[in-house]
Each structure stands twice: as structure tokens, then as C-alpha cells.
Design a protein around this ligand. Sequence first.
Ligand SMILES: Cc1cc2nc3c(=O)[nH]c(=O)nc-3n(C[C@H](O)[C@H](O)[C@H](O)COP(=O)(O)O)c2cc1C
Length: 153
Amino acid sequence: MKALVVYYSRDGHTREAARRIAEALGADLDEVIDRKNRKGILGFLRAGYDATRGKTTEIAFEKDPAEYDLVVVGSPVWNGRVTPAIRTYLLKNREKIKKAAFFATCAGRKGKILEQMRELYGGEVIAETIMKRDEIEEGAKEFVEALKSAVHS
Ligand SMILES: Cc1cc2nc3c(=O)[nH]c(=O)nc-3n(C[C@H](O)[C@H](O)[C@H](O)COP(=O)(O)O)c2cc1C
């Protein structure tokens, strides 16, 4: 099974999770870039606002998800919600993704991000999880186990 792990990360935690998941699965890795400046206190405030309002944004990414049997999509939790970058990615690519799995990283308040991701995609989701940013290693390991057993069942 050809798999792609695609993620957005502002501060590196979701990138670290994505890297571990891709390595364990032998999957390709692709980073979604948000063209909007999310740095600094203003960027932080705008980020939360944009996530809460369900805004899309301008993004860049490299790999074509249509070339994969499984696309694993990762996002940080922002105000209990999906990031604008991953919202935009899912809306743009929903028709191209054959099968999906979702993961998110957070500080401790999970919110409704997974429901949102499922709704934005609308297709088959074989596994999903939210991991705390200080438990990325264990979280990624458990998620990969769940993914592997979902793929083989
Ligand atoms: C704008 C903003 C809003 C956030 N809102 C939440 C939240 O609602 N719940 C939570 O647990 N963590 C929240 N966080 C923390 C991030 O979800 C957490 O640090 C995550 O691991 C960051 O991923 P990253 O390092 O890949 O950007 C927020 C962070 C930012 C920047």
C-alpha cells in the first residue's frame, strides 16, 4: 500500500509526529505551507480567529494525493478546531484522497477537530487520533499500530 503523510505545523510538534509516522509506515512525507504569516503574537491571535471562523487560506504543497492508496493528514488543534491550512488542503483534495487517516497534536484541550476533518473530507477514515504535544513519541507509535491493524483488517 502506497501511503502519504501530509501535515501542517506552525511550531514543529505536528511535523515531529508526521516524521515519526511516515518513517514507521515507510510513507512519503509532504508539508503543507500556509502563505499567511502565523508568526508572533499577532500571527497567533489571527490563527485562533481564522480557525474559529472556519477560514481557508492560501497553501502550497508538493505531492499529488491521488497517487496514493492512503493519505494520513495531520494538523495542530487551534481553538479546538482544524487549522485553515488543513481545512484548505482537505477541501482541495477530497476527491483525490482514496482513503484517509487523521491525527492532530494539542496542548490538552482536544475540541472538535476530528469531527471537522471527517466532515471536510467526507470519505472513508480508517484511523484517527489526537496526541498531546509532550507525548508525540508514544502517540505516534500507538497511531501507527492502529493504522497497521486497520489496513490489514
Ligand atoms: C492559535 C493556536 C490555538 C491553539 N489552540 C489550542 C486548543 O484549543 N487546544 C489545545 O490543546 N492546544 C491548542 N494550541 C496548542 C497547539 O495545538 C499545540 O501546541 C500543537 O501541538 C502545535 O502544533 P505545531 O507545533 O505543529 O504547530 C493552540 C496553538 C495555537 C498556535
